[in-house]
Design a protein around this ligand. Structure first.
Ligand code: NAP
Length: 345
């Protein structure tokens, strides 16, 4: 039985990846912070099927201990301070977890488990103000926030460890991927929530936005620049690409995305349209929510992954958005998230 260690198991990708690996017969170990594991998280429903090693990516000794305890064949390093916007106010923590944490993990692998294969979560945010579009494995990085800068650092160190020590480390340069498990402060989930409120007639939401105000107030959702555009895919599809990367004979880095860019305006159209509402009646723009620096045209050229990994996204943008809206409606009605079918038999 193959053994996998997943850091960031309590997050969106960690939970989807765990389901994917359990279905393939893996013994899965999750690395999680004590305070996160003992409250509801994305992987709570998997608790009886996995083993948890408690620890913090900010502590080298915890990382080394997790590798020693789990004796993994594969490690998926997903843990990160994952909010680019917040990385400005949490820059030291972002560098500690996303940068140094990754390097400590590579070093522990080198010292104690050199035959283990490592997937490291890089990000399309590294392209920042990209010099060309679409972006592939050869596009230069041009990060524009502390999150992206820390990701570039870890990405380069992954390559350096691979080339210097012959370790098996593959980096996935993943474009945005969403799901019904995304936390509420992420843009797509906020829109899904807004559409769910519109469908249920909620005028003032109990959930607050980053300014501490109701996400929906007087029946309106406040958003920033409606022209921002992203390449949004479905998280459940993307975790399969992570696994496929580690099944290759030779480790390498891959760009993963749908190759289709959509604006926030289009996202609103689909989300509100799915519950029979016109987004223009329900959304207002707020200059305070406009980011000072927005990335350029960020869209994936994932042709190498298609060719070498045989990877294709399977969930359409519209389907994903509808699922997210439906999940938010269920949540607002007080129903617990439906994860039936995601558990191993
Ligand atoms: P997520 O839902 O925010 O999950 C992040 C995970 O990292 C959580 O389990 C979190 O645990 C953990 N973590 C944060 N700080 C930690 C620390 N100090 N010690 C231990 N664990 C810590 O993010 P995601 O969407 O699943 O993304 C997974 C990875 O892919 C991240 O590295 C992210 O940067 C990268 N990525 C994501 C996207 C995307 O669109 N989703 C795109 C490109 C790259 P807590 O529960 O304790 O906070």
């Amino acid at each position: 039985m193959k053994r996998a260690l997943i850091t960031g198991i309590t997050g969106q990708d960690g939970s989807f990846l765990t389901e994917f690996l359990l279905a393939r017969g893996y013994l899965v170990f999750g690395f999680a912070r004590r305070e996160s594991w003992y409250r509801p998280n994305c992987a709570s429903h998997l608790a009886d099927h996995i083993r948890i090693v408690l620890g913090d990516m900010g502590e080298g000794v915890d990382i080394a201990n997790a590798i020693r305890e789990s004796e993994p064949d594969e490690i998926y390093n997903l843990a990160s301070q994952s909010r680019p916007g917040e990385s400005w106010t949490r820059a030291p923590e972002t560098l500690l977890v996303n940068g140094l944490g990754a390097i400590r993990l590579f070093e522990s692998v080198r010292q104690t488990r050199p035959g283990c294969r490592v997937y490291h979560a890089s990000s399309s945010e590294m392209f920042g103000r990209a010099t060309s579009a679409p972006q592939n494995e050869s596009t230069p990085f041009n990060p524009i926030n502390p999150y992206a800068a820390a990701k570039v650092y870890a990405h380069q160190m992954a390559r350096i460890y691979r080339e210097s020590y012959g370790l098996y480390i593959a980096c996935g340069v993943l474009f945005n991927h969403e799901s019904e498990r995304r936390p509420l402060h992420f843009l797509t989930q906020k829109v899904a929530y807004g559409a769910a409120c519109a469908a249920l007639g909620v005028q003032r939401s109990s959930d607050l936005n980053e300014m501490g105000r109701p996400i929906v107030d007087h029946g309106k959702l406040s958003l920033g620049n409606m022209d921002v555009a992203r390449d949004w895919g479905y998280a459940g599809d993307f975790v399969e690409a992570m696994w496929r990367m580690l099944q290759q004979a030779v480790p390498s880095d891959y760009v993963i995305g749908t190759g289709q860019m959509r604006t926030l305006r289009q996202l609103c159209e689909v989300a509100y349209g799915s519950v029979g509402h016109n987004w223009q009646d329900c959304v207002v723009t707020d200059a305070a929510l406009v980011r000072p620096l927005e990335p350029g045209a960020i869209v994936a050229d994932a042709s190498r992954a298609r060719r070498e990994l045989g990877w294709e996204p399977s969930v359409a943008f519209e389907t994903m958005v509808q699922r997210m809206v439906q999940a938010q409606m269920a949540r607002l009605r007080g129903e617990s998230p439906s994860r039936a079918g995601s558990l191993p038999a």
